[in-house]
Ligand binder design. Structure first.
Ligand code: AMP
Ligand code: ZN
Length: 479
């Protein structure tokens, strides 16, 4: 079997993936900070790493996947204050909500979902170790990591300490010896959740959480560390500094993988910019598998722009695959009448073999799910054209149908389940709605408001909501 090549941010190239231990993969990703429902941008990161994990499983690896929850942090505390809710309870609530949306996107639960608040003793252990080595210093209840004590700080983001210092904002934080030093432990402020420590009551900094939780569950030198591209600096750089400092220079993680952003008008979707849509909201308009299909429709290292039109296109594409499976299943239930040449059967079988080969080639090359889709569409087309002349049972049809289903399954789609739920309208419903919108637009041009309103109201009775925008009418189906 061909090996997988993965792009490693550390070396800035694709490398053959060779795990630490044969047949096993140890993987860690930085999970959400839980003070809200997660947005589709976070969803991209979650779905991308779920896809990578599933492909490694497909290749026969035994994968241990750890994804943390940051359940204590400035933003959680601020949000708790706003809502008059205990921050830890607030975090707990959004952890529960996380699992609902993750399930809708068919994201497999991690092997372990550690919470930061349950690993404070492990974090304190690491900070103590760093202090003993002179890599950390305490000032009045706070503890900082001393970046200039580490020879290769900046190796992941490829920035030298000098460059970083030149670009650093000069903050009036006299406590720090170097403006780039970062907090390992933060002294408790009144009213905030806190834990006891050798430096007094306080709470951990964000970066140390991930070092402690990944090392606890995966050990030093684990295989893949992932997250969104925004985490390269400073978060992952700091995780490396602390962990490798603590491990006396031993490698912390071997392959660093980062997904590109989900953008809105070319800008990163983010909570702080306020340009975000939660997965929960989108689920009111599109099924989870459509959102997932859309999120994997572009290679994970290329930016992906978010809009309704792209989602609708993804829905159509996914439905095409579902329809091929459904039509194949219907045909498989019919005993053969009429003749089909051996040649057509062989052609279909070869199309299936080729699709799997192309699929694996695409996925082996840094998990190119966009290209993997192309191989599935090819096979879908081959099935459809075969069915036109022979819509009955054959071994070859069964083989092609199973292949297509398995490729979908590898990426986290159950093409058969969704197909049976899909309306049996041959995908014509959308076209009929578009047609009615066109007729209504004509009526409006003629100022026939009665007709225009009739169309809108009758569609509304059916749960199809029209909304007039400057770009024309948009529609959604309420379930
Ligand atoms: P956060 O809750 O902001 O800590 O983010 C959780 C994860 O989602 C991190 O791995 C981020 O890098 C990732 N992430 C956040 N925003 C985006 C975005 N717009 N596109 C892709 N990934 C993102
Ligand atoms: Zn992290």
């Amino acid at each position: 079997m061909m090996s997988v090549r993965l792009y490693n941010t550390m070396t800035q190239q694709k490398e053959e993936f060779i795990p630490r231990e044969e047949g096993k993969v140890a993987m860690y990703t930085c999970g959400p900070t839980v003070y809200n429902y997660f947005h589709v941008g976070n969803g991209r990161m979650l779905v991308v790493f779920d896809m990578i994990r599933r492909y490694l499983l497909y290749k026969g690896y035994d994968v241990t996947y750890v994804q943390n929850f940051t359940d204590i942090d400035d933003k959680i505390i601020a949000r708790g204050l706003e809502e008059g809710m205990d921050p830890l309870e607030l975090a707990e609530k959004y952890i529960e909500e996380y699992f609902k949306d993750a399930e809708a996107l068919n994201i497999m639960p991690a092997t372990v979902h550690p919470k930061a608040t349950e690993h404070v003793p492990e974090m304190i252990e690491i900070i103590k170790g760093l202090e003993e080595q002179g890599l950390a210093y305490a000032v009045d209840g706070d503890v900082y990591f001393a970046v200039d004590k580490l020879p290769n700080y900046g190796k992941l983001s490829r920035r030298s300490l000098e460059d970083l210092q030149a670009g650093a904002r000069v903050e009036v934080e006299e406590q720090k010896r170097n403006p780039l030093d970062f907090a390992l432990w933060k002294k408790a402020k009144p009213g905030e959740p806190s834990w006891n420590s050798p430096w007094g009551p306080g709470r951990p900094g964000w970066h140390i959480e991930c070092s402690a939780m990944s090392l606890k569950y995966l050990g030093a030198g684990f295989d893949i560390h992932g997250g969104g591209g925004d985490l390269v600096f400073p978060h992952h750089e700091n995780e490396i500094a602390q962990s490798e400092g603590y491990l006396h220079g031993e490698t912390f993680a071997r392959y660093w993988m980062h997904n590109a952003f989900l953008t809105v008008n070319q800008e990163k979707m983010s909570k702080s910019l306020g340009n975000f849509f939660t997965v929960r909201e989108i689920l009111e308009h599109f099924p989870g598998e459509v959102i997932r299909f859309y999120l994997l429709s572009t290679h994970y290292r290329s930016p992906l722009d978010f809009d309704d039109e792209n989602l609708r296109m993804a829905q159509k594409s996914l439905e095409r695959l579902q329809t091929s499976i459904r039509l194949a299943d219907e045909a498989l239930g019919r005993k053969g009448q009429g003749e089909v040449g051996e040649e057509s059967k062989q052609k279909l079988k070869n199309a299936a073999l080729e699709a799997r080969q192309e699929f694996e080639k695409a996925m082996d090359d840094d998990c190119n799910s966009a290209l993997a889709y192309a191989s599935m569409f090819e096979l879908g087309k081959a099935i459809n054209s075969y069915l036109q002349s022979f819509p009955y049972y054959s071994e070859e049809l069964k083989f092609a149908r199973t292949t297509l289903w398995e490729l979908g399954d590898c990426l986290g789609f159950d093409l058969a389940k969704s197909a049976s739920q899909a309306p049996k309208d041959n995908g014509k419903l959308e076209e009929v709605i578009e047609l009615l919108i066109e007729v209504r637009a004509k009526a409006r041009q003629k100022k026939d408001w009665e007709m225009s309103d009739l169309i809108r109201d009758r569609l509304k009775d059916l749960g199809i909501i029209l909304e007039d925008t400057p770009q024309g009418a948009r529609w959604t189906i309420k379930n």
